[in-house]
Write a protein that binds this ligand. Structure first.
Ligand code: FAD
Ligand code: EPU
Length: 340
């Protein structure tokens, strides 16, 4: 399959924040062999590269001076099973939510709490996507990736991926080095609902569902997400803009003494995760805007495109919020999406 290089391509429809960026070059990868061809092409191989999935966790500059490599590898199938698990594999370019719904149609639970997260299967391991008390790593088995450094296709298991809260080796040592080709999940044969996150159990109760199946949980999560988060098709956004900060017990106790209503969750190691949305709201930013970028009125952790936003406007607002949260609470907020 020959490489077909496009020049000066608009990326506006390819990023959920809706930034009117242009890529100098774009290459759509529909077959894994095309990545070897790319590496062997003397001029393409030396260009700076941006791997792109669904564009729902990137903030683009107006002009992306790079070769944008859009991973569009498709396919999903049940691979095998053992006593405890059914193994399912999907191409990196599959849409995440459609893949989750497909697993549920196969009668397989596990991924339902991660329903309606935008983006692709191939990007899910990058920040170890998470929601409603579940992280992708909980059901991850292995992935395959093309290594741009060696030209090899490698298989990485869970330990090799070094998953953590919104983090993995692909954001650290392997940053920009690996193109994820496919991901395989181990879904449990003995499924149990995971309803620790308050809202979900409450919504199921209001629906009179006492013994939920995976689809019931997925439906509840979809409803909760639709009530809180802006739909990128209508209002450009990249989901949570900052990670929830993890702080020492000592700092958390000091803050609670001054702010008794502060939201925090104890972690296994004794640290505390704070709710960044709460911190931002306390700084008065909820519903406010700077230029064409706003802080969503229903969820202060989400920045939104009010129309015509540029990457530098997003950066400016993010920096002001970080400065205010640091000044008021002594807490440093880390940006979640990737600035390009
Ligand atoms: P992109 O934005 O295209 O890329 C993100 C990063 O992954 C980039 O660094 C890119 O280079 C890299 N990348 C993409 N594909 C590949 C590949 N095949 N190989 C190697 N690198 C690759 N995230 C959560 O964790 N939980 C949520 O609940 C959540 N809710 C969201 C709600 C909304 C409304 C939005 C807009 C976003 C939300 N997100 C959430 C963030 C986002 O959906 C996830 O990070 C998602 O995994 C990004 O997928 P993508 O395909 O759009 O990746
Ligand atoms: N809160 C406020 N004000 C706000 C927003 C939130 O006080 O404006 C408080 C809420 O009342 C609640 C707490 O903050 O007590 C947490 O809020 P929420 O349940 O909405 O979750 P979140 O911490 O804001 C995280 C993830 C989301 C994920 C949800 C559900 C991060 C950075 N974000 O958001 O992930 O969907 O939990 O599990 O961890 C994403 O990463 O893009 C994302 C959307």
């Amino acid at each position: 399959m020959p490489l077909s290089l496009e020049k000066n391509v608009s990326l506006q429809a390819l990023n959920s924040f809706g930034i009117a960026a242009t890529a100098h070059y774009l290459l759509r990868i529909a077959h894994a062999e095309q990545l070897s061809q790319l590496k062997e092409d003397a001029s393409l191989a030396t260009m700076p590269r941006l791997l792109l999935g669904g564009g729902s966790n990137v903030i683009l500059s107006d002009s992306v001076n790079a070769l944008v490599v859009q991973i569009a590898l498709l396919g999903k199938r049940i691979v095998s099973e053992d006593e405890l698990h059914v193994y399912v594999c999907a191409g990196a370019g599959e849409k995440w939510h459609e893949f989750v719904l497909w697993t549920l149609q196969q009668g397989l639970g596990g991924l339902e709490n991660l329903s309606l997260i935008p983006g692709t299967v191939g990007a899910a391991p990058i920040q170890n996507i998470g929601a409603y008390g579940v992280e992708m790593q909980d059901y991850f088995d292995h992935l395959t990736a093309f290594d741009f450094l060696t030209g090899d296709t490698v298989t990485l298991d869970k330990a090799a991926c070094q998953f953590a809260y919104r983090d993995s080796i692909f954001k650290q040592a392997y940053k920009d080095r690996m193109a994820i080709l496919s991901v395989t999940f181990a879904l449990p044969k003995a499924w149990q609902a995971r309803l620790n996150y308050g809202d979900v159990a409450q919504l199921l109760a209001t629906r009179d569902i006492t013994q939920p199946n995976p689809k019931d949980v997925s439906d509840a999560i979809v409803a909760i997400r639709q009530s809180k988060l802006p739909d990128p098709a209508l209002i450009g956004n990249a989901g949570s803009f900052f990670k929830n900060p993890i702080v020492s017990a000592e700092l958390r106790d000091r803050l609670v003494a001054s702010y008794p209503s502060m939201v925090s969750y104890v972690q296994a190691d004794g640290h505390y995760k704070l709710a960044a949305g709460w911190l931002i709201e306390q700084c008065g930013w909820k519903g406010k805007s700077l230029g064409n970028v706003g802080v969503y009125h229903k969820q202060a952790l989400v920045l939104v495109n009010l129309g015509g936003a540029t990457g530098s406007e997003v950066r400016q607002l993010a920096q002001q919020i970080q400065a205010d949260v640091l000044a008021k609470f002594g807490v440093k907020l880390e940006v979640e999406p990737v600035f390009i």
